[in-house]
Design a protein around this ligand. Structure first.
Ligand code: SF4
Length: 366
């Protein structure tokens, strides 16, 4: 097997808010809950240090919850518990406009954090209220200014479009406000409605293709490309060289460890997730799946097709020499006939129409 790159995700499960759409595991940050969390991370370190065999982490990602809820001492303590070496290429921390402060930003900078992801979601007060977000647009502007002032040169803005209660005009205004700040990266997620799961019939394809939601996607993709952001994954855009390495590592089915409650890992042909409790016990996972080379190869195709560069099938065959890629040929022929994918030098990638149907294509590949 080729040498894979290794990432570390730390789930910081604290947030005082309760946004209506939030499914992340979280609890209120108190002195005792933060202490218990840091204790668990320290145990993760001990548990794993013999297993990852000294392989350096190339990316580190603190997500949540809201890591910026931690006070400066807890941020420092968490930083000390994360194994970082000169091989670390990217360290991202998610921050919230309501809890990030200049002092915390200085601590993150001193720790070696290279990338921040700011939870903006919207600049529109009505949309924020409907999402249940407690912040104001001014708090976003203030946070962004502080992040730049402290010296962060790689910033992502997270945005959400909820087609059921936002007009396309309001969404365009959000995108304009976001690019006016000139961030290096933008993530734009559609508020998920899980009504179509698993039922991608030809009629469903037709419906999604004609859908109101598709107008939001099409506009976003065109508008951000026109403004210098390369569209590199269904929901992600970056200025050249600022793609999120950690997420690309995941979509390319490399390896990662997840520390903290509810954090998921993929390591040594196993995929597992810690249980959703601050007091999770090691080994008591909510998911523990052994992966075959065929499983991983299929996931490379599913997640690779969500990336605008698609999948190099020669490279895939080199990584999985035992897997018979010819079994996908009938599907490729149909996808190509429908105008969902194109082939260039044995690389398969989605067309715009195919990207709009990425979840449906994934169901078919499964
Ligand atoms: S701020 Fe983030 S973590 Fe907190 S409730 Fe809202 S979506 Fe969830």
């Amino acid at each position: 097997m080729q040498a894979l790159s290794l990432g570390l995700y730390v789930h910081v499960p604290f947030c005082p808010n309760a946004c209506g759409y939030c499914h992340f595991y979280k609890c209120r940050p108190t002195a005792s809950s933060v202490k218990r969390f840091l204790g668990q991370i320290s145990l993760e370190y001990e548990r794993w240090q013999n297993v990852w065999e000294g392989r350096p982490f190339e990316t580190l990602y603190w997500g949540g919850g809201s890591p910026s809820c931690l006070d400066v001492d807890a941020l420092r303590a968490l930083g000390r518990l994360c194994p970082t070496t000169e091989h670390l290429k990217e360290w991202t921390v998610e921050v919230s406009p309501t809890s990030i402060t200049e002092e915390k930003l200085h601590v993150l900078k001193e720790l070696g954090v290279t990338r921040l992801s700011l939870g903006v979601q919207s600049f529109n007060v009505q949309t924020l209220q409907k999402l249940g977000r407690k912040q104001t647009p001014q708090q976003v502007y203030d946070a962004f200014e502080k992040m730049r002032a402290v010296g962060f040169k790689n910033i992502n803005l997270d945005l959400i479009f909820p087609p059921d209660f936002t007009s396309l005009e309001a969404w365009k205004a959000d995108l304009k406000a976001a690019i006016a700040l000139r961030p290096e990266h933008l993530s734009t997620y559609c508020l998920a409605y899980e009504n179509e799961a698993g039922s991608f019939t030809p009629e469903a394809y037709q419906r999604v293709d004609n859908d109101h939601e598709a107008d939001f996607y099409r506009f976003t993709w065109e508008f951000l490309e026109q403004n210098g952001y390369r569209h590199y994954e269904v929901s992600n855009f970056a200025r050249l060289g600022y793609e999120c390495r950690h997420n690309v590592n995941t979509w390319r089915m490399q390896e990662w460890l997840g520390w903290g409650p509810a954090a998921a890992s993929q390591f040594h042909l196993k995929r597992f997730q810690n249980s959703r409790s601050l007091d999770y016990a090691f080994g008591e996972t909510v998911e523990n799946v052994s992966l075959t080379e065929e499983d991983l190869c299929k996931d490379c195709l599913i997640f690779g097709l969500r990336m605008c560069d698609g999948v190099d099938l020669n490279e895939l065959q080199r990584r999985f020499p035992e897997v018979d890629l010819k079994i996908y040929q009938p599907l490729w022929e149909r996808f190509e006939r429908e105008g969902w994918v194109v082939f260039e030098n044995n690389r398969v990638r989605c067309t715009t129409k195919g990207l709009l149907l990425a979840d449906g294509l994934a169901s078919e590949l499964l």
